[in-house]
Design a protein around this ligand. Structure first.
Ligand SMILES: Cc1cc2nc3c(=O)[nH]c(=O)nc-3n(C[C@H](O)[C@H](O)[C@H](O)COP(=O)(O)O)c2cc1C
Length: 161
């Protein structure tokens, strides 16, 4: 059994839900898991593995997860780290592996991450704020595929042993 932290950066809640689904899968596979908002997580110490995920905004990870990664980089480099991004507002993420954006790829290198996955995102029709509200006119929808996410979490769980 491994102790695992799933820390996420999410503006509108959909990445938070992905993190919960990942946490639930890892628990079902026998691991002890904390799922925390990266802005609220105080420490990365005390875990065997950390999964960091963020919603994508202008091809960058949500700032809370970048801040967490920066602050805890030394600790994170010493444990097993996996990353995920959530963003594409279409079905592309289930059709093919989408590589990390340059911003996330830099974090992957810096933290010596063992893997990265891109999952579809969600944008509500009534999303508030600019430019989200105008994007929502043509791109609203929930493109997260729970089976895809759980399959990835199971593969991570298998690597944890
Ligand atoms: C202003 C804005 C910019 C976005 N930029 C990107 C982007 O660069 N790449 C991408 O794949 N998705 C992008 N998205 C889609 C979001 O990543 C998607 O809605 C995601 O599910 C948001 O996560 P959250 O609900 O956890 O905040 C953008 C959405 C908004 C509203």
């Amino acid at each position: 059994m491994a102790r695992v932290l799933v820390a996420y950066g999410s503006k509108r809640g959909s990445t938070a839900e992905i993190a919960e689904w990942i946490g639930q899968t890892l628990r079902e596979e026998g691991h002890q898991v904390d799922v925390l908002a990266a802005g609220a997580a105080r420490d990365a110490r005390g875990y065997d593995a950390v999964i960091l995920g963020g919603g994508l905004y202008a091809r960058r990870w949500h700032r809370d997860v970048q801040r967490f990664a920066r602050r805890h980089a030394t600790t994170l480099r010493a444990v097993s780290v996996w990353l995920f991004s959530s963003g594409p507002l279409d079905h592309s993420a289930v059709e093919r592996d989408i590589p990390p954006t340059p911003n996330v790829a830099r974090w992957s290198a810096r933290l010596e991450a063992l893997g990265h996955a891109t999952f579809g995102g969600r944008l509500a029709e009534d999303a508030a704020g600019f430019p989200a509200s105008s994007m929502a006119r043509t791109m609203a929808g929930d493109f997260r595929d729970r089976a895809h996410i759980e399959a990835w979490a199971k593969a991570v769980a298998a690597e944890l042993g």
